[in-house]
Design a binder for this molecule. Structure first.
Ligand SMILES: CC(C)(COP(=O)(O)OP(=O)(O)OC[C@H]1O[C@@H](n2cnc3c(N)ncnc32)[C@H](O)[C@@H]1OP(=O)(O)O)[C@@H](O)C(=O)NCCC(=O)NCCS
Length: 201
């Protein structure tokens, strides 16, 4: 089944690969993106750089099979990203008029680099941490998802967090079933995103 350890610089390419191969509501997003790095920049890389204590990888003899990453204080992480993560990407991928109007997955991600959404205060009051988890097909269905979530929520709990939230595409029924089985409850339901959460006390 592989083993879980903290992510390091060795894992950046593997984590980005997993992010792309699971980026279409759990399925392969490779064909949706001309630039294969953008999804990883948006949803994975910043955790390895900015929250290394809460960046876990599942590794086996084939490489990185999956990851769970998170931030104990979502607002503080947003501030860190403003200072350290987005500036490089904003310079590399400027918001040109073409980029403002293009209706492609890559353009939507680049607009997100420039205007990242901020989590709501009411959500963070009870669920200040957030996380992402993604496993390649070869690493699913054998308990690795549960093991990663338990390792990450354990670390968040020990850090003193009161609760964690996450966003999932409403069509990703597999992940929603998994989260519910692990005890996550629904906090908000929007057409484009279901927000789930778990309290630690
Ligand atoms: C969602 C995901 C992380 C689950 O990981 P996994 O390794 O397959 O899950 P596990 O084998 O650890 O399952 C843990 C528990 O959840 C249950 N479970 C898993 N999927 C389930 C489902 N769709 N419905 C109900 N229960 C489910 C398992 O039966 C198991 O129960 P148990 O531990 O009480 O016996 C994995 O399928 C994945 O990475 N999918 C693609 C990426 C993705 O969608 N990520 C989420 C984006 S928000």
């Amino acid at each position: 089944m592989g083993r879980i350890r903290r992510a390091s610089a060795h894992d950046v390419s593997g984590v980005y690969r997993v992010c792309l191969l699971t980026g279409a509501a759990g399925g392969d997003a490779t064909d949706d993106h001309a630039n294969p790095d953008l999804l990883g920049h948006a949803y994975a890389g910043a955790y390895l750089a900015g929250e290394p204590e809460f960046a876990l990888v599942a590794v086996d003899e084939h490489g990185v099979g999956g990851y769970a990453v998170g931030a104990p204080d979502t607002r503080a992480f947003e501030t860190w990203m403003e200072q350290h993560w987005w500036p490089v990407l904003r310079e590399q991928y400027p918001l040109t008029p073409e980029m403002e109007s293009a209706d492609t997955p890559d353009a939507r991600l680049i607009r997100r680099f420039h205007r990242p959404p901020a989590a709501a205060d009411e959500l963070l009051a009870r669920f200040p941490a957030h996380l992402h988890i993604n496993l390649l097909e070869r690493s699913r269905g054998g308990g690795m998802g549960r093991a990663l979530i338990e390792a990450l929520t354990g670390a968040l709990r020990r850090h003193g967090c009161a609760g964690v939230h996450l966003g999932v595409a409403p069509e990703n029924e597999n992940a929603i079933g998994f989260y519910r089985r692990l005890g996550f409850e629904t906090l908000a339901s929007r057409p484009d995103e279901l927000v789930l959460g778990m309290r630690f006390e």
